[in-house]
Write a protein that binds this ligand. Structure first.
Ligand SMILES: *[C@@H]1O[C@H](CO)[C@@H](O)[C@H](O)[C@H]1NC(C)=O
Ligand SMILES: *[C@@H]1O[C@H](CO)[C@@H](O)[C@H](O)[C@H]1NC(C)=O
Ligand SMILES: *[C@@H]1O[C@H](CO)[C@@H](O)[C@H](O)[C@H]1NC(C)=O
Ligand SMILES: *[C@@H]1O[C@H](CO)[C@@H](O)[C@H](O)[C@H]1NC(C)=O
Length: 487
């Protein structure tokens, strides 16, 4: 059986906090156990045997609690059936933030939750399964709702979404922006040709110093409505761990034995994998008890219903380009070189210049027929912000659109290199040309500038949490809230 692991992470918006040295959270092997399901015919027990071999760290009561919503699980049952019969090759993906990138685990690609889960799933599959990790550290779901095409291929059969930390929450029920962003992302995934099963992997909100957030202070319950609406599933690490870490503190499962900071350590990652594995087991058991029926298959082929929040569609024409697809937007290029400044393993492609006066013109479509034609559309240019001899560029608009010119200084005060986004608001036009001109002025003494992608927003409002500075502000806010609720 071929077992591949693909990593798509073209945009390194690395915002995550460096993992603390040492390992708080090793998985105590003597606590591992596996399930024994009684009362089945020998043939059914035999069929389930490989699936039930998974070794759990989290006790079963808590695993049951973590199954936030399974509902009819039509797509998940289909996936599990194909997995165990080997009827076709399958693809499993994840999008999310730093936790799904593997932050907090002691060995990326080994002890992070998606690797633990994929290693197990690959080992029991009768079909060829390919795993794609499209998570990008530091990004909220609003980013992925726009840029999914860059990070996940369309031929997926099962997709996990891990956004509850990065999205934080909005304290309202009506038109909740966080839930609306998640809905757009879920809809994009459900529109993939194979209509994949979608699973919300909802992590527990824990502070960097093991502060406990109040149980209700998370978007996961509101997002439960999306799970029910779309027959997606959601797994709740909060439900799993609150009883063990907060209500009745239990050795092996306290925050400081499962979380390294706000990222889970190895034991926390293992618990996330446990929840996903238990969910697959539940689907397998449900197939034994109630085989997939004809009405179930026909529900699967129905078209996607109108959104839960009326009008919350992804407008056609939303563009997010980086890597090769970005080059297709280039209308003219004077003095910029398309170059990989990363490695073949971790490519960092972009247009690079060191010469003031260099001009790169990108053509984008900012026409949004569904909204007020006078509304301006945010266009975000990805650029490298770094500390070593970076230059300043000017963004201007021409051809069919206008915008206020914007100067972008790529010099970072911190000793880090990150992809940042510079925003202009352009008037609507099918042919909107945005020109990036390297200026003579520089705050660092250097003239290095790199442009690596472009996003054209789906609407006239772009979520403020999209912006790096504001993510920091939100983190502060969430810290204050965590302290307020700390025990
Ligand atoms: C591992 O778990 C066992 C209980 O299964 C416990 O007795 C032991 O102390 C634990 N070891 C550590 C290092 O926590
Ligand atoms: C799995 O993939 C490998 C190579 O990608 C191929 O040789 C093999 O036939 C495939 N097996 C199945 C069952 O499709
Ligand atoms: C973990 O936290 C508990 C209180 O929640 C405390 O009693 C224990 O000493 C801590 N353990 C470590 C290793 O810090
Ligand atoms: C976040 O808090 C730190 C100190 O706790 C402060 O230095 C920083 O300015 C704050 N950032 C924002 C955006 O408020």
């Amino acid at each position: 059986m071929a077992f591949r692991f693909t990593c798509i992470g073209l945009l390194a918006l690395s915002l995550y906090i460096a993992a603390v040295e040492g390992n708080c959270c090793s998985v105590n092997e003597s606590r591992l156990w596996s399930r024994n399901v009684q009362g089945l015919l020998p043939s059914a027990a035999e069929w389930l045997k490989p699936v039930l071999g998974y070794k759990f760290y989290l006790p079963e009561i808590n695993l049951k609690g973590s199954m936030g919503y399974l509902g009819s699980s039509i797509r998940l049952r289909q996936f599990t059936s194909d997995l165990l019969s080997g009827s076709r090759p399958l693809r499993v993906g994840v999008v999310g933030g730093s936790i799904s990138v593997g932050e907090g685990s002691s060995r990326r690609h080994v002890t992070d939750w998606f690797s633990v889960f994929s290693n197990w799933l690959g080992s029991i599959a009768k079909a060829n399964v390919t795993f794609v990790n499209g998570a990008v550290a530091g990004t909220p779901s609003s980013y992925m709702a726009m840029c999914l095409n860059v990070h996940l291929p369309r031929d997926m059969d099962l997709v996990f979404l891990e956004y509850v930390w990065n999205d934080l929450y909005q304290d309202r029920l009506i038109n909740n922006q966080v839930v609306m962003n998640m809905e757009r992302l879920i809809r994009r995934i459900l529109n993939f040709p194979r209509r994949p099963a979608v699973v919300l992997m909802q992590v527990a909100i824990v502070g960097d110093h093991m502060e406990t957030a109040p149980f209700y202070r998370t978007s996961e319950d509101l997002e439960g409505a999306l799970a029910a609406f779309y027959d997606a599933s959601y797994l709740s690490m909060r439900n799993a761990l609150y009883p063990l870490a907060v209500m009745h503190p239990t050795a092996g499962y306290s925050w400081n034995e499962t979380f390294i900071n706000h990222h889970p350590g190895d034991a926390g990652h293992k618990i996330m994998a446990d929840m996903a594995a238990y969910m697959i087991q539940q689907a397998a058991i449900s197939i034994v008890l109630n085989p997939i029926s004809y009405p179930e298959l026909s529900v699967h082929s129905l078209p996607l219903a109108a959104p839960m929040y009326p009008g919350n569609e992804i407008p056609p024409g939303v563009v997010c380009s980086s890597g090769r697809s970005f080059t297709e937007h280039v209308l003219s290029n004077l003095g910029w070189e398309w170059r990989n400044e990363g490695t073949p393993w971790k490519p960092k492609w972009g247009f690079v210049t060191y010469t003031p006066g260099s001009k790169l013109t990108l053509r984008v479509n900012t026409l949004r027929p569904a909204i007020d034609p006078t509304a301006r559309i945010p266009v975000l240019i990805h650029y490298l912000s770094s500390y070593d001899k970076m230059g300043t560029a000017l963004l201007t608009c021409s051809a069919g659109c206008v915008c206020d010119p914007k100067e972008v200084d790529a010099t970072s005060e911190r000793r880090v290199s990150q992809v940042f986004f510079a925003q202009i608001k352009a008037s609507q036009s099918e042919t909107c040309d945005v020109t990036v001109t390297l200026l003579q002025k520089t705050s660092s003494g250097g003239y290095h500038f790199k442009v690596s992608g472009v996003v054209v927003s789906a609407s006239d409002v772009i979520d403020s949490i999209f912006f790096v500075e504001e993510i920091y502000a939100k983190r502060n806010e969430s810290k204050a809230l965590l302290n307020e609720g700390a025990r």
